[in-house]
Design a protein around this ligand. Structure first.
Ligand SMILES: NC(=O)c1ccc[n+]([C@@H]2O[C@H](COP(=O)([O-])OP(=O)(O)OC[C@H]3O[C@@H](n4cnc5c(N)ncnc54)[C@H](O)[C@@H]3O)[C@@H](O)[C@H]2O)c1
Ligand SMILES: NC(=O)c1ccc[n+]([C@@H]2O[C@H](COP(=O)([O-])OP(=O)(O)OC[C@H]3O[C@@H](n4cnc5c(N)ncnc54)[C@H](O)[C@@H]3O)[C@@H](O)[C@H]2O)c1
Lengths: 207, 207
């Protein structure tokens, strides 16, 4: 298959191309696209070569066309329903997150274990009891779950989601979780981003 | 200098090595470390070669020693104070985030623009008026800021932070922000993680 690190870059290409398209740019070279993304032009050409023959050497890529092709590669021609687990501080912020709307992503269900939260409507979604997650996803399946529960609850709830057929998990809890082969899991870990920056703060010797 | 993509991988090595050290593992091969991280053994050796001569060919790396060396490379021998901008739903979740404590990261200050929030103490920090951010950071500087304000407020607040001497920004708002050279900025963008997963959901043709 295609190396995972290549797949991980594609959404960055899509985001950059979408911004260029909004600004009315029609053609872009691999050099210019590389500068936008901090990637060499050779890397751009190599990444794209996995998915077909885009652009003619020397005349650049057609922005709108490349954008359409990559959206199709990423499965963005359909809308993806998501379940949110944990409707606390972070969960409520995710329910009103403005970044999902135009990106074919939509939080369709939300689950919590707190009786005071279950049954309330937040961000247009009625919060369900996490005890019913299997039955609820049987009736109306989702492929993606976002996990915003306390760290101690993360693994048990992910096990239940996997058993209920969820194949992709975005985990915000600061704990290493295990998923079986065939299930994708990504951790949103601010510490990794921050530590990649302290390197520069230190070595810049701002002392 | 060292390619940014290499620096971005180091915190993942530190996290994996720290987990191994807690489990009492003393030696690890580049092959085994690679399997933990989804990186080839050759890539591990190449990345580490930028920072010194670790481990003897064939006998693996000493986990505790490599961990210490990489922590030093990343500037994790000191504690970094951070300022939080925006103490709403996400901001409050960040103030009580358990993942910073053991990672040399600490939210020392918090700012908001809402009079109802300014002056209150949340997660051990008294919320200050964002109008005073320059004066507050002059008196007690921080190097890192976490931005959890609405998208429309993100760029103006980042401009003020940069003017006040902040050199590293972790931005949670779904908007492309600009920073001058010499300032690091990372975006926490759940959409990029999710789109990298829809690729597999689609091409697995779970149909
Ligand atoms: N990665 C990041 O950027 C980031 C930032 C802030 C917080 N966090 C993490 O997000 C998680 C949530 O943080 P928070 O501040 O919103 O916490 P919170 O306590 O405000 O909310 C947690 C919610 O989960 C619910 N819950 C508990 N167990 C559950 C279960 N088994 N099933 C379903 N719901 C359950 C609780 O009732 C509560 O509503 C924590 O793990 C925290 O560490 C991550
Ligand atoms: N990346 C992610 O994973 C993720 C997840 C959820 C939300 N978000 C984003 O995080 C941000 C905050 O979301 P939220 O749900 O907490 O919103 P919120 O409205 O609950 O909180 C925003 C806070 O910012 C304050 N504020 C507004 N303008 C300000 C300024 N100029 N300076 C300082 N404070 C200011 C408000 O008073 C409020 O307290 C939004 O941009 C949202 O899109 C990101």
């Amino acid at each position: 298959g295609i190396p995972e690190i290549v797949i991980d870059r594609l959404p960055l290409y899509v985001r950059a191309l979408a911004l260029l398209a909004t600004n009315g740019q029609e053609i872009i070279s691999s050099k210019e696209l590389g500068e936008e993304l901090g990637v060499t032009p050779a890397q751009i050409r190599k990444d794209l070569s996995y998915f077909g023959r885009f652009g003619k050497q020397g005349s650049g890529y057609n922005v709108a066309q490349l954008l359409d092709e990559l959206r199709e590669v990423l499965g963005l021609t359909q809308r993806w329903s998501m379940a949110l687990l944990g409707v606390g501080r972070l969960g409520r912020a995710i329910l009103s997150y403005g970044g999902f709307g135009s990106q074919q992503l939509h939080v369709a269900k939300a689950f919590d274990s707190d009786p005071a939260v279950i049954g309330t409507e937040i961000g247009g979604v009625v919060v369900e009891d996490v005890k019913n997650v299997a039955a609820s996803l049987k009736a109306l399946p989702v492929e993606i779950a976002i996990v915003a529960v306390p760290p101690s609850a993360a693994q048990p709830v992910i096990d239940e989601l996997v058993a209920a057929g969820v194949r992709a998990i975005l985990n915000y809890a600061p704990i290493a979780v295990r998923v079986p082969p065939g299930v994708r899991c990504r951790n949103v870990d601010p510490v990794v981003y921050l530590h990649a920056m302290t390197y520069y703060l230190k070595s810049d010797t701002r002392g």
